[in-house]
Structure formats: C-alpha cells, structure tokens
Write a protein that binds this ligand. Structure first.
Ligand code: TYD
Ligand code: MG
Length: 451
C-alpha cells in the first residue's frame, strides 16, 4: 500500500497544521485540532482512470427512476414505525443512548429476529457474553452471525466472506482503522471508520446500524459531524430505574422524525408496547387527590399520561419545587400564574410533580393537567376519575388551544374517559364524540367545574 498522508485540522475554523498542537493559532480555540486523512493513495484524481469511468453520471431529474423506496421489514413494529416503514437498503443508521439503557439488547434482539443474514459486530462484549444475552431473549437460532472485532479492515474481510444483508456495529467508538494512528474513540478514528462504513453501505446497498455512546450532556460522543454523515439518527431513552424505553428519531432522511416507538424492558429482552396509554395510567379503581390525566402527543401518537402532584406546607423558609419528567421552569411559571392570576396561595407550599412511567414530556398540552393535579392536591379533593385534560396554560391564566386536538380527544374516548377539558379557542370539528368535550377559557372555570 502506498503511503497515507494525514494532516491536522482545526475543527473550528479549518486551519491546517503539519502536527498536533493544543491551541489553534488562527481562531484561538483549544483542543479543536484533530488528525485527518488527506490522501489515501497516490492518485491524481482528475486524470481519466478505470475507476472514474464507473463513477455516477448526472441525470436529468425526469430520467431518475422514482419508484417507491424499497424497505426491509425488520419484523419489529416499533422500529419499523420509527424508521418510517422499515430499513432502507444502503442506509446508515446511528442509534445513540446512555450506557445501560438497552442499546445492545435492542439491536441484538432485532438481529435475531431479522429475516435477513445479519452480521452483529461487537467491540464491547465477547461472543460468549452475546450468546448468553441472546439466550435470554429468544431460543430461536437464525441466520445471525456474531463477530467480536474492532479493526474495520478485518470486519470488511469477514463481510466479504459472509456476505451479510444487514450489518450491525456495537459500537462505533470501539472501531479503529489502519489509516489513522489515533486511538479508538478519538474524533478522527470515529469519523474515518464511519466514512469507510458509509462507502461500504452505499456501494453494496447493505444497511449498517451503528451504536453510538452519548456523552454526559446527552449528545452522541464524537464529532457532531457523525450525525451529519449518517442517514438516520435514533435515540434510545428512558429512565434506567423504570421499565419503559422510548425510541425516537432525531434525524431521518427517509421519513418523518415525529414517530416514536415504545418498549418495555423485561427479563427476556424488550417487548414492543403497541398501546402505550393503557400502561402509563394506573388502574382507575380508587380516587386519590393530586393526580390528573393528560392527553398528550408523542410524535404522531396520542398518549394518555398520569400526572401526580404533591402540595404540602413548606417546612423550611424557601419552599421546594421539584419535578420528574416535566420542565421545572414551566412548573414555576404555572405556580406563579396560579398565584397571581387565579388567587391560589401556593407561595409557601412545597410542590412536587411527577409524570408516572419515568417518561419525560415536553408537550405544552399537559399544562392543564398539571394545574388540575396541583389544585387537587392543594384542596385534597380528587379529580373525578373520568376527567382528562388537553390544553396549554398561558401567562395570564388563559387556557390556550393545542394542536391535533381531534386525535387527543379520540384517544381519551378510546380509553373510556367521560369528559375532556380543552381550550374554548380550539377549533373542534363538529361531529359526535362519545366523550363530553368541555370548552374552558380560564383556570377558575376549570377549578369551578372540578371542585
Ligand atoms: P444493554 O443493552 O447492555 O445496554 P447498552 O448497550 O445501552 O449499554 O442493557 C443492559 C441492561 O438491560 C442491563 O442493565 C440489564 C437489562 N436487561 C434486561 O433487563 N433484560 C434482558 O433480557 C437483557 C438482555 C438486559
Ligand atoms: Mg452495549
């Protein structure tokens, strides 16, 4: 092989250096300089060569075949939904998530289920460990090959032998290529290995799914450019102490990013949850104060969630406000609105708010349910178990309309609620819902109806 040339580039301003240094002379940023391959082999690319003749030619747009994109069915309903109907051949999918959340479990489970010849490459666990995990998940053996390897050249060698139809890499941070000397997990290694895999995927039309670790602040470890290079970025999230996991798409070149998949972590792997509302609200057998049900949208999917509030007299001078699954600043805003606009004295009370099931919701349409839960706990009167809510609360105490109201109402109806509170400014299609739609304009009206 001919000599490989590398150089060092500042990731901030692009200045090139012959060797590494801590600070960029031109933009003065620290630790932004990384090694990159600038020339793999001695080739003058502009001269006609055999390879150049094979290269893609420009086509007029009407000449391009626009036949429907073929999708590979993964036999996993939730993954198919998030990807927009299945795996697109030749695509690169990056799955990110915190350590221990279940990324390896999810992808191993999918590789065991896939009706295609699959190569699962792990740089993190031994073949035995993976076999043990596979035994927990299923007892069916299929055409899934396990390889423990971290060097991309060796992986490609095995790929040529096995000719898999799907390749899964756990994880991109453990890979390294011969072309770069930096250690595995460094920015330049990650980038070069991803580039090699992209080239492989596009040339052979074999989809590649990569696992990516995420850093403390929640972004995928490695350069941001990794997210730009791949076709699809999925995120696996959830509270590790809870059983529910959400698979979200952050970027998708072949579908919408609004879809979302829900799984339940069990002793025998992840179970697809096809009707999430039923598990996120507790059985309505007894009425307790401080809980209210909100009809929210997670992506395109309506979801009923339970909000719990606890309001109690503060023991210390400064009252505590704490939330799980809900934005703490938003809670403070709602408390201020309740105090100032609706005359509820909550200034000296501790307020704790929790969304059950360990999920995090940032849909503003749950505001009204938050208000109802807080007032219910404060008055110690339960919210009727047949009521639910779908509206945003504004700064002047007005109840504001929310999007996709029809779907929210239908979901509430499906789950057997008898009344739903919505904003009177929402345009509700005139039709017969099997549920009473209560149109309200101010918080006081809601409080009047409930207590
Ligand atoms: P893992 O897939 O190793 O996480 P990641 O690859 O994202 O770091 O998930 C590990 C967790 O999942 C571990 O705490 C055990 C749990 N688990 C189950 O609860 N049931 C199972 O069947 C399996 C395989 C794992
Ligand atoms: Mg793992």
């Amino acid at each position: 092989m001919s000599k490989i040339k590398t150089a060092f580039f500042c990731q901030h301003c692009g200045t090139q250096y012959p060797k590494w240094q801590g600070q960029c002379n031109s933009c003065k940023q620290w630790n932004t300089i990384v090694e990159e391959v600038i020339q793999k082999e001695d080739k003058t690319s502009w001269k006609p060569s055999a390879e150049n003749k094979k290269a893609a030619k420009p086509l007029k747009i009407e000449e391009i075949d626009s036949a429907q994109e073929i999708r590979m069915d993964s036999l996993d309903g939730e993954l198919n939904r998030v990807l927009g109907g299945g795996i697109v051949p030749g695509s690169l999918i990056l799955l990110g998530g915190e350590p221990g959340i279940g990324k390896s479990t999810l992808l191993l489970q999918i590789s065991l289920k896939l009706p295609y010849r699959t190569l699962y490459v792990s740089g993190e666990e031994s073949q035995k460990q993976i076999k043990m995990r596979a035994e927990r998940i299923t007892d069916k053996a299929n055409n899934c090959y396990i390889l423990t390897e971290t060097k991309t050249q060796h992986i490609f060698h095995q790929i040529r032998e096995i000719e898999p139809e799907v390749v899964i890499i756990d994880s991109i941070q453990t890979l390294h290529t011969d072309y770069i000397e930096a250690s595995p997990g460094s920015i330049s290694q990650i980038r070069e290995c991803t580039a090699e895999l992209i080239k492989f995927a596009k040339e052979t039309n074999v989809p590649v799914i990569l696992i990516g670790h995420i850093t403390k602040d929640g972004s995928i470890a490695g350069p941001k450019i990794l997210e730009h290079m791949v076709d699809t970025v999925l995120q696996f999230e959830g509270d590790r102490n809870h059983v529910y996991r959400i698979l979200r798409s952050l970027k998708n070149r072949f579908g919408s990013t609004a879809e979302l998949g829900i799984y339940e972590m069990q002793g025998s792997g992840l179970r697809e949850v096809s009707n999430p509302s039923e598990i996120l609200i507790s059985p309505k057998s007894e009425e307790l104060s401080g809980t209210a049900i909100a009809s929210t949208m997670e992506g395109m999917r309506p979801l009923m969630i339970e909000i719990q509030a606890l309001v109690s007299t503060a023991v210390y001078g400064t009252p505590q406000r704490s939330t799980t699954g809900y934005n703490a600043k938003r809670l403070n805003m709602i408390l201020a609105v309740l105090e100032k606009r609706a005359g509820f004295r909550l200034g000296t009370k501790d307020v704790f708010l929790n969304i059950t099931g360990g999920i995090t919701v940032d849909d503003p349409a749950i505001d009204l349910a938050v208000v109802a839960a807080i007032l219910s706990s404060n008055e110690d009167i339960p919210v009727g178990k047949d009521f639910c809510f779908a509206a945003e609360v504004g700064l002047s105490g007005e109840i504001r309309p929310v999007n996709r109201i029809e779907q929210r109402i239908q979901e509430a109806e499906k789950l057997g609620f008898s009344s739903i509170f919505v904003s009177k400014h929402n345009k509700i299609p005139i039709k017969d819902f099997g549920i009473k739609v209560m149109m309200v304009g101010r918080i006081e009206e809601v409080a009047g109806e409930l207590f």
